[in-house]
Design a protein around this ligand. Sequence first.
Ligand code: ATP
Ligand code: MG
Length: 723
Amino acid sequence: MDVSLLLDGLNDKQREAVAAPLGNHLVLAGAGSGKTRVLVHRIAWLLRVEEASPFSLMSVTFTNKAAAEMRGRINALMQGNCAGMWNGTFHGLSHRMLRAHYLDAKLPEDFNIIDSDDQMRLLRRLIKAQNLDEKQWPARQAAWYINGKKDEGLRPAHVETFNDPVEQTWLRLYTAYQEACDRAGLVDFAELLLRAFELLKYNKHIREHYQARFKHILVDEFQDTNNIQFAWLRLMAGPECHVMIVGDDDQSIYGWRGAKVENIQRFLREFANTSSIFLEQNYRSTGNILQAANALIAHNNERMGKNLWTDGSEGEKISVYSAFNELDEARFVVGKIKSWQDSGGALNDTAMLYRSNAQSRVLEEALIQAGMPYRIYGGMRFFERQEIKDALSYLRLISNRNDDASFERVVNTPARGLGERTLDTIRMAARDRGITMWRASVELLDEKVLAGRAANSLRRFVELVNALEDDTRDLPLYQQTDEAIRASGLRAMYEQEKGEKAQARIENLEELVTATRQFEVPEEAQEMSPLAAFLSHAALEAGEGQADEYDDAVQLMTLHSAKGLEFPVVFMVGVEEGMFPSFRTSEEHGRLEEERRLCYVGMTRAMEKLFITHAEMRRLYGKDNFHKVSRFVREIPEEFIEEVRMKAQVSRPSTGGRFSQTQVNDNFNQTGFNLGQRVQHPKFGEGTIINFEGSGTQSRVQVAFNGEGIKWLVTQYAKLEAM
Ligand code: ATP
Ligand code: MG
């Protein structure tokens, strides 16, 4: 193979990095400047030119998706000649080591990895076993404490409590938790890293084995490494190892989870003779997108400082769409994707990025309505999320007591003291008598065969579900849902827990209430109760599974999980004050800068076209919020932005680009109404137009009436009058 091939398609700076002499190297550069590309070519260079054995190479990336992508790229460059190389995430590689050395790691051969939900369940049990009040000592906070200590490399014996009783209690929980995990052979995510670190630290022969083996270690996205990962790397890299790290301080977005951007400086101090290479040319994005992103990030003070340029075209301006509400926003985005598709674009090339997972529901529904396949990364589809499934299970039991799956799911969620033994008794009775678990419960209660405590708990559950049905029968669906979430204790359960994830769950539950409020019984389900119709709607949506069966699908993900990726067309949605930055973060200086970096990450994912949308009114987490456009949009100089007008009456001729200003609401405007317009209906009274579909005589409008709820009306017959 001609070596020059390895340097083809690289600029001088990139070549310098790829062909650098063996040693420690830092490549510091902004988004889209080819850092990951350099890393891949460097690996090929080491294999080809330095004749390194694949066995002596390790590359570390941040997500599994990125690792898979890197493997693919190296394979392509090397035509498959790289077997034996280690490539993965810090967690994945740690796991691999622990499997290989389980004895030295003091783990059973068949140890299991637990996710954060399992961890939480275990902690809840321990908190109870220690007779601690769950309100005062929430499992969520315990997990936060324990994971934080592990990320710092601290075992219980290392923690100094300074006789602080609060700290001592957390520490006691940490100790009990670790003992329970060790007894059961369970390893949580933070434990993977810490255990692998200790394996290297306390086992000289293993450390020497790996240090002798790995002569080249390459780490992508280094700005988001935390302390234990840094320590892990220090041990893995022996005196003869060459380490190349690449990163971008402007893209450090995991500070809230313990990542330390200072690790870049620390690397310079602690790894001998590191040479630094800076890349400044961006190959990903058009001039407009890039300059806008540069201008945005310049508002941060804590920067190592660098600027990016491109010699590519200016491209189209960034389209900023100010939507009336979140439905309008979703419809706008889907409409734009449709025009992209109609002009021959692939759905795979489009991405919707949002700040928090709860925002995906409205987008998902708009996509489903438009019949567009989509795929969600790093998150579950809305109706498949744990807390949503919990809430739906209560609703399903209200609707049908014999739903055993729902019964199993919530009979002890929130915990009401029903142990496995009691559940087994119920299961057995159900099986023996050929009846459902609900029936079996009722019969067992009648027969008084259960122990007092178990019987009481079970009776409370049965009464709860019965009462839920009785009390909510005459309420509209959304109130019924709200009441189920409240009376079941689900909301209180999540409220007791602290942390980002618990907050997200509560937000999702409230989002479920919004979903039921916006839900309309479809034609074919008019015979069903609204509840039954909604439940089948939810089941069908969830049942579609991840869209892996589609080759071509719109990509949905949070801004965090978009790191390192790129797409020709990007939609950043919900870019509003209060959403992004969120209220919580806009107060604190450090967190605001991290949010701005997240915005920078989002913008720089776009190659050809970037849309930024925000909604003036957003129904989220169960209430209407009026939001101003995000300060981040205002920080982008106007020259890079084109505002998409909502209520224009005439369409201008196309200016050439695929997304030039066609008027989104042309069809709608033929009806003579606008979104947001106040109208009067002879029967329903006053309302506001919040949505529309179809055109001409086919068109329908959705109106939020002051007293009568939200209705779809056929425009032609509705006798609506503008006010
Ligand atoms: P991020 O900070 O977002 O992770 P990055 O610095 O890792 O970005 P890459 O993903 O490696 O950037 O590269 C961005 C895009 O530019 C990719 O599509 C890559 O193939 C392309 N690219 C990089 N260098 C060159 C080059 N010299 N010539 C042409 N295209 C390039
Ligand atoms: Mg990259």
